[in-house]
Design a protein around this ligand. Structure first.
Ligand code: KG4
Length: 342
């Protein structure tokens, strides 16, 4: 049987990425991140679309060249169809359609969230690689999503809990912003928290039913604490930034883990995975390790480059869909919002 070579394309937010995967093994993964948003403290959708337009051809070219693959060798093109920013998605979708048509190869639409979960199955062709066993729960935490996903097969996933307002990464980023930290603030909070006292400040934890999350109340209570304390002491933030970061991070991680633990117990699922950009957080990783030791969990945390937005995860999802002859027609349009059917 000849090899299956998939080109994956990701453009859902502010990263333009292309990857080449051969028979499930990653050959290249190229990402152009957009620095233009830093000055605005968040992603500006119109600027993101324009940057995708500039980046997409060089990024695809680089991914093919790094992989040593000619475009005529490609078996199919997989692209992120949603959820994400519509203008951004349109760039990747339109490029994928045009390229697939020109090469006369099938087109595969990929759900971005399903792809974050599938990132656990990317092989780099190394010895001793470990992939999750089904069923498993995946805690997907990023700048745009906070979800618990029950995964029974690559094409059988159910969102059993999700945020009703802000995502975990958004909570980190917004609180970082009010402390005057650059965007995205999550990694700064992580760093500052290392020398802070997590018990210095107490924030209310949301009381939300089921496996759902809410982070907007935490963000508000953080904001109010700063506002009140700064009335008494204008240097409050700079004098307490490590303790503020540690207390905030502790609360976010507690909230995330409490629901995951509840779901794991209720559903009796011992395999737990972490995905999304916030999985870089050191306290969250540590909490996963502690839970593994305490509750006998088998845990899966992918390499960092596969947790943030990347095309390797689009390509691996595309590969599984290819094996299932699960292709899409040229009239498929991007979707901005998440549904609970992946
Ligand atoms: O998955 P991702 O790259 O893309 C979006 O969904 O936007 O996630 C980015 C998010 C940002 O909110 C960022 O602050 C957060 O992940 N993040 C972190 C850390 N590294 C990235 N949050 C906390 N601690 C970190 N070390």
């Amino acid at each position: 049987m000849s090899s299956i070579i998939i080109l994956g394309i990701e453009s859902s937010c502010d990263d333009t990425s292309a990857a080449v995967l051969k028979d499930g093994v990653l050959l290249s993964n190229v990402t152009a991140s957009q620095s233009v948003h830093a000055a605005y403290g968040g992603v500006v959708p119109e600027l993101a679309s324009r940057a995708h337009q500039q980046n997409i051809i060089p990024v695809v070219h680089q991914a093919l060249s790094d992989a040593g693959i000619n475009k005529s060798d490609l078996s199919a093109i997989a692209f992120t169809r949603g959820p994400g920013l519509l203008g951004s998605l349109l760039v990747g979708t339109s490029f994928a359609k045009g390229f697939a048509q020109a090469l006369d190869v099938p087109l595969i639409d990929v759900n971005h969230l399903q792809a974050h979960v599938m990132a656990h199955f990317i092989s780099q062709g190394k010895a001793g690689e470990k992939f999750p066993d089904f069923p498993f729960l995946c805690l997907l935490v990023s700048g745009g999503n906070s979800q618990i996903i029950k995964v029974e097969a690559y094409d059988k996933m159910e969102v059993i809990g999700q945020t009703i307002d802000d995502a975990a990464g958004e909570a980190f980023d917004k609180c970082a912003k009010v402390m005057g930290l650059p965007y995205p603030g999550g990694p700064f909070i992580d760093r500052l928290a290392k020398t802070g006292n997590k018990d210095a400040f107490v924030f209310n934890k949301p009381q939300i039913p089921d496996y759902n999350y809410s982070f907007s109340g935490l963000k508000t209570s953080f904001l109010y604490l700063l506002r009140d304390k700064e009335k008494e002491n204008a240097a409050f933030v700079s004098e307490n930034i490590n303790d503020l970061s540690a207390s905030l991070q502790y609360t976010v991680v507690e909230v995330l883990m409490n629901k995951l633990r509840k779901a794991a117990k209720d559903l009796n699922i011992k395999h737990e995975a972490l995905a999304g950009g916030v999985s870089a957080n050191s306290a969250l990783r540590e909490a996963f390790q502690l839970h593994a030791a305490k509750y006998g969990w088998e845990i899966y945390i992918p390499p960092f480059e596969f947790t943030t937005d990347n095309a390797a995860m689009i390509a691996i999802t595309g590969y599984f869909k290819y094996l299932n002859n699960d292709f899409c027609s040229l009239d498929k349009v991007p979707f901005a919002r998440v549904t609970n059917l992946l």
